[in-house]
Design a protein around this ligand. Structure first.
Ligand SMILES: Cc1cc2nc3c(=O)[nH]c(=O)nc-3n(C[C@H](O)[C@H](O)[C@H](O)COP(=O)(O)O)c2cc1C
Length: 192
């Protein structure tokens, strides 16, 4: 991939429907983690830890505990066959730091970009059922917070950017299945 960063930022959209048959290997997910462990971190404390899940039966256990596209009220999330083929669960190790909100955002976006470079679509999900996931993943909630779950797969949906009009930033789907993402125009976000 040889792209200007502006084009990469435009292409790197949240993807929520995938070709579930095209599986992702654990080493592919491991390689993504190997990239994001290099990103900036407050005081260089690096409190983020990860769990990579590629096995289909494990993916099936994680899926029911994720909330997809809350603004699409009539859509219950990806149907069978369109579900993610892998997940990375991002954890905050509270033995290292309690205050990792900015770190999670930086690492999260890097994860999405690194995935895109490999042809993968992704979505970061903060609306997840944490108590259920702690159990399924065997994580000690005293030590770890689940920051976000990242879903990965080969994209099977068309996502388009558009300029938000009159401050309307609600994403939506049209009848042809295209997912539309309005972004505020430059003259609205650049105050001076
Ligand atoms: C902190 C954060 C949490 C998010 N949580 C969810 C989520 O739980 N479920 C979901 O479907 N999308 C989630 N998203 C994806 C956003 O809905 C998405 O970024 C937004 O609609 C804009 O689309 P874009 O990523 O293509 O620009 C989250 C994004 C961020 C930054």
């Amino acid at each position: 991939m040889n792209m200007e960063f502006h084009d990469m930022a435009a292409a790197c959209r949240s993807v929520r429907r995938f070709d579930e048959k095209r599986r992702i290997t654990s080493s592919e997910l491991e390689n993504l983690v190997d990239v994001v462990r290099l990103v900036p971190s407050a005081s260089n404390r690096q409190p983020l830890k990860y769990i990579a899940i590629s096995d289909k039966s494990e993916c099936d256990k994680v899926f029911p505990h994720l909330m997809w596209a809350g603004l699409l009220k009539d859509w219950p999330g990806p149907a069978e066959g369109e579900r993610p083929a892998g997940y990375i669960v991002m954890l905050v190790d509270k033995e290292i730091s309690f205050n990792a909100a900015v770190d999670t955002g930086i690492a999260g976006y890097a994860l999405m970009l690194a995935a895109m470079e490999k042809g993968l679509g992704s979505c970061m999900l903060a609306s997840v059922s944490r108590p259920k996931l702690y159990k399924i993943l065997g994580i000690d909630p005293e030590r770890f917070d689940i920051a976000m779950v990242f879903a990965f797969g080969y994209p099977k949906e068309n996502v388009v950017l558009e300029e938000a009009v009159d401050g309307n930033v609600a994403y939506y789907r049209t009848e042809d299945g295209t997912h539309h993402v309005p972004k505020r125009p430059l003259d609205e976000v650049l105050i001076r």
